[in-house]
Design a protein around this ligand. Structure first.
Ligand code: GLC
Length: 551
């Protein structure tokens, strides 16, 4: 370990942008096509900066834009410091960074340190022989006695995580596709090269990284077998879960003892620049997520628990309390309802629960990340056999597996190809018929759309110290109801969410002092009678308390 004692980092204060901010994930292939080839790109994003600004978000996380054969749609990087020709060029990228910065919005890139593409020159050199300069940049092991893979480690996409390189009679490890060989983070040259990649984009003005598969950076040096998981465990790539081989716990292939040390080194690199943020992908318990946020390293160790939690007030209340109890003062919470790897929230919960889910996400303590299209309530879209693009689907074509359904193009208008690409183009994933009212154009006009609710909730969060950085306290957590308060200085807010298909009743203390700041349904006019509020099915409300003026 070369990092020694990490530079002291003062705990980020409450005003830090990434604590107060709302993050928006743009999955580049599906946001907007700017050149008519059917694949989203930087040029397209440039046309949509005003939409992003109108949402009120503070930071945009762009999925990978690098040079890539696109077998995992950019998560297979063949060149870390070049923009892939399919996505655009460096000039367009610079203009986006500048355009977003001028609008007061920060930019995060996806940083993919766990593996390269097999097309990366480092790996090509590694294949050239056991003594090549880059051989040890990857993970090699001799065959087992029977000539098979060295152990039982399974790839996230199914099958063994080891592929035999016949000319040298050694296996190399790949946590994902065979075309995504894992880098050897115990090799100091790898660290140096990958830290320089961070510096490259930081120097171009990038405000932070979402670090891909960071929990998997190290693997057990003794190559011990992983234990099998059970059906109740949650797995990283939901679409591939049906492959029994991937129901394996990552005991020896993720979250190894060296991880916090290298995260601290990454933090040191970020500290060479002003005010940058590191957020990292971890599929771990909230306790482990909180522990990783307790030390200098990841500012936002990503918490996916809302995606997996049973959707009722009791389970969500318990989850919030568990997470809050695990967080040290230094560790800052974060929440999300979806991403490009998981079935969309609209499909998981159904449309009637969406307004409450958005109010929850945007009023919890901790940085929220919103996945593009979720602000419209876009559901998963069926992708027919023959049109599947995700490697997790192509491993077992036509079986409805994989992550294509949650990655379909953003529906902007009711025009042909929904304004995502030119009418003549064949979009990379099929364009569905948006349900009535699902497009951006329609939702911008309708006062009661989900988009308007999300915008209002974000604006509310911005104007309130309590909602953005105040404390949280769960007051009711039953199967039907979740209620919590947010508090800072003399501000107090009460959020009530119903999980029931019938009207429910909730106690609201100090009835005189609350005003309705936001509600899930414009038709509903919440009234508190005798300290009780009747909440319609699945409704949610945010109440703000006005302190009584002193007599
Ligand atoms: C992460 C990404 C996922 C990708 C995988 C391999 O889990 O979110 O999309 O397939 O890493 O890079």
């Amino acid at each position: 370990m070369s990092h020694g004692t990490p530079a002291p980092v003062p705990p980020a204060d409450a005003a830090t942008w990434w604590k107060r901010g709302v993050f928006y994930q743009v999955y580049v292939p599906s946001f907007q096509d700017g050149n008519g080839d059917g694949l989203g790109d930087l040029h397209g994003i440039e046309q949509r900066l005003d939409y992003i600004t109108g949402l009120g978000v503070d930071a945009v996380w762009l999925s990978p834009i690098y040079d890539s054969p696109l077998l995992d749609f950019g998560y297979d990087v063949a060149g870390y410091t070049t923009v892939g020709a399919d996505f655009g060029d460096l000039e367009t990228f610079d203009r986006i960074v500048d355009g977003l910065h001028r609008r007061g919005i920060k930019v995060l890139l996806d940083y993919i340190p766990q593996h390269t593409s097999s097309e990366h020159p480092w790996f090509k050199d590694a294949l050239s022989g056991r003594h090549s300069a880059h051989r040890d940049w990857y993970l090699w092991a001799d065959p087992a006695a029977d000539g098979g893979p060295p152990n039982n480690w399974a790839s996230a996409f199914g099958g063994s995580a080891w592929t035999l390189h016949e000319p040298s009679n050694q296996y190399y490890y790949h946590a994902h596709l065979p075309q995504q060989p894992s880098l050897n983070w115990r090799n100091p040259q790898v660290k140096r090269a990958m830290f320089d990649v961070m510096r490259f984009w930081f120097s171009r003005g990038v405000d932070g990284y979402r670090i891909d598969a960071v929990w998997r950076l190290f693997k057990d040096q003794q190559l011990r077998d992983n234990p099998q998981g059970s059906d109740t465990d949650s797995f990283e790539i939901a679409g591939a879960m049906a492959h029994s081989s991937v129901r394996q716990l990552q005991k020896y292939t993720a979250d190894q003892p060296e991880l916090p040390g290298v995260l601290a080194e990454m933090r040191d690199v970020a500290n060479e620049f002003d005010d940058r943020v590191l957020m990292g992908e971890l599929h771990l318990s909230v306790e482990r997520v909180a522990a990783l946020g307790a030390k200098p390293g990841l500012d936002i160790p990503m918490n996916f628990a809302l995606i997996d939690a049973p959707w009722n007030g009791q389970s969500l209340g318990d989850l919030i309390v568990r997470y809050e109890q695990a967080l040290t003062p230094r560790a800052w919470p974060n929440w999300t309802l979806g991403n490009h790897d998981r079935s969309r929230v609209a499909t998981r919960l159904g449309p009637e629960r969406l307004p409450g889910a958005m109010i929850l996400l945007l009023t919890l303590r901790g940085t929220p990340t919103l996945y593009y299209g979720d602000e419209l309530g876009l559901p998963d879209q069926p992708v027919p056999p023959g049109r599947e693009r995700d490697c997790a689907a192509l491993a077992a074509p036509g079986q409805g597996l994989g992550r294509d359904p949650e990655r379909t193009p953003m529906p902007w208008t009711n025009a042909p190809n929904v304004g995502f690409t030119t009418p003549e183009a064949t979009p990379w994933l099929p364009i569905p018929d948006p349900a009535p009212g699902q497009t951006v154009a329609e939702q911008e006009k309708a006062a009661d759309s989900l988009l308007q609710l999300v915008r209002t909730a974000i604006a509310l969060r911005h104007r309130s110290a309590a909602l953005s950085v105040g404390t949280i306290s769960v007051v009711t957590a039953t199967a039907d109801t979740l209620a919590y308060t947010r508090h800072a200085d003399d501000e107090r807010w009460l959020v009530i969410i119903s999980f029931s298909n019938r009207p429910t009743e909730t106690a609201v203390p100090d009835q005189e002092t609350w005003t309705v700041a936001l509600r899930s349904d414009q038709e509903w006019h919440p009234r508190i009678n005798d300290g009780r509020l009747v909440v319609p099915p699945y409704a949610a409300v945010v109440l703000e308390r006005h302190e009584q003026p002193e007599e």
